[in-house]
Design a binder for this molecule. Structure first.
Ligand code: FES
Length: 131
């Protein structure tokens, strides 16, 4: 999904998704078209705080979820890769359990303004999968 903020004050800002489209304490997958490429993102919301990562597991480079928008573990405190069970700290994307322990998800810089979550920097390259 690519969207532009309608307000002319935000010209050139790439909107990702509305903040209220993600329930507090939940996560959502978003496809962002930017610079002619599609990027699969995980967006996690906790109150006004938003963390965003490329949806690419550092273990094998696969998307984390099996079912749409199911990124969190049962506690809601960690991101979970459904392929082999890697667990990631939401604040940092750092893997604390599983086959890619010590690696991190690639953080996408975002900002929240006027109810929209927008890109706030360069989209990173995905993490190099383990061999
Ligand atoms: S692909 Fe994510 S833990 Fe293996």
């Amino acid at each position: 999904m690519e969207a532009r903020l309608p307000d002319s004050r935000h010209q050139g800002v790439t909107a990702i998704v509305a903040l209220d489209a993600i329930a507090d304490g939940d996560a959502r997958g978003v496809t962002l078209e930017c610079d002619g490429r599609k990027h699969e993102l995980i967006v996690v919301r906790r109150g006004q705080r938003v963390d965003c990562y490329l949806n690419s597991c550092p273990h094998l480079g696969t998307p984390l979820e099996t079912f749409p928008d199911r990124f969190l573990d049962r506690s809601g405190r960690r991101l979970l890769c459904s392929t082999h069970g890697a667990q990631f700290i939401i604040d940092t994307g750092y893997c604390v359990f599983g086959p890619c322990m010590g690696k991190s998800l690639a953080r996408v810089p975002v900002a929240v303004a006027e109810g929209m979550i927008a890109l706030a920097g360069q989209i990173p390259s995905p993490p190099e999968p383990q061999r």
